[in-house]
Design a protein around this ligand. Sequence first.
Ligand code: ADP
Length: 397
Amino acid sequence: MKILVINCGSSSLKYQLIDMADESVIAKGLCERIGIEGSKLTHEPAGKDKVVIEKAMPTHQTAIELVMEALQSPEHGVIKSTDEISAIGHRVLHGGKVYSDSIVVNEDVKRVIRECFDLGPLHNPANLMGIEACEAAMPGKPNVAVWDTGFGMSMPEKAYMYAIPHEYYEKYSIRRYGFHGTSHMYVSGETIKFAGLDPEKAKVIVCHLGNGASVSASIGGKCVDTSMGLTPLEGLIMGTRSGDVDPAVVQFICNKEGKDVNEVLNILNKKSGVLGMTDGISSDFRDIENAKADGNHLAEVALDAFVYRVAKYIGAYTAAMNGVDAIAFTAGVGENDKVGRKNICSYLEYLGVKIDDEANNVRGKRTMISAPDSKVKVVLMPTNEELAIARETKRLI
Ligand code: ADP
């Protein structure tokens, strides 16, 4: 069985064709600058050379058509016809309060995606375009929606309710949702297997540390808390996002700088995080580390604050679950930055966390990085959101 996984952004479309027999990637690629001049498709078929196809892609529909052509092309294709594709799995950002479990797309699912446009203004419209483009290009094939908010939907009310007037929850569904759901679901599940934990009871904290970053706590693979909220702005310090701030900061900046709320929220989303803290050095953690090595004080503070906030969330989630069996690190920073992992864990000695420095000297490979006598298992577990989406799609069809 072959499953096509689609992840649409507002001007991009990532895809992977996965053979579910052995979960191998047959081809993957990326369409960039959809709807903008200079669009191109980078297609990477397994076992063949990568190709870059520069062609106008005014819409997601044309992008999907080009992807289909590339997948079936005599030179760099990997299938003879789309008949070989059993189903398409889509990453969809927001399912609101309505959907948590992955679901085969029907008219009601599309209605909900549309109704959640204001909860995910950059992603939900693109996700819907991706689904409709696949419906047009491959009529009759099942499309499955896998929600980025899905994992967080099992949080109890005490974790997801904001302490604001209840009418806003009733009227506008304002609550904490959590994001990176497919990653947290995949990494927590794989960590339970890898660390040999009880699948029903294991208490796992996943630190998804990339450009966007979030922490989740789960018991038996079910999320009990996660750091992102109504939007992906809450929680950790990220590449460009502030994470938690006193909301009064928004009012203060508005008044002092003569800006409106939308402008300040844009600053908190796009110009804050380690980028903002370092006065604009970079949103890329490698650049911040280099600046720190060159003696830049702001870079040092930004990295310290990033690590400190992750450690505080781990402490909070350990309390929330009354214990923790395993802590997993994943995504760009989590998988590659051994110093960051070590520094975060140095706050956790009171939990009996002990890192094995030799084991921790690793990148992007699933590894037990805690010492044999560590009370909590610490794991590097590379995320694989595409595979998680493909598995969900297979399960549903
Ligand atoms: P996203 O999917 O949210 O865009 P990724 O999970 O791809 O993010 O992570 C990107 C981040 O990973 C970048 O900020 C990059 O600097 C960071 N990263 C990659 N390699 C390293 C490394 N060796 N040390 C520190 N950070 C790294």
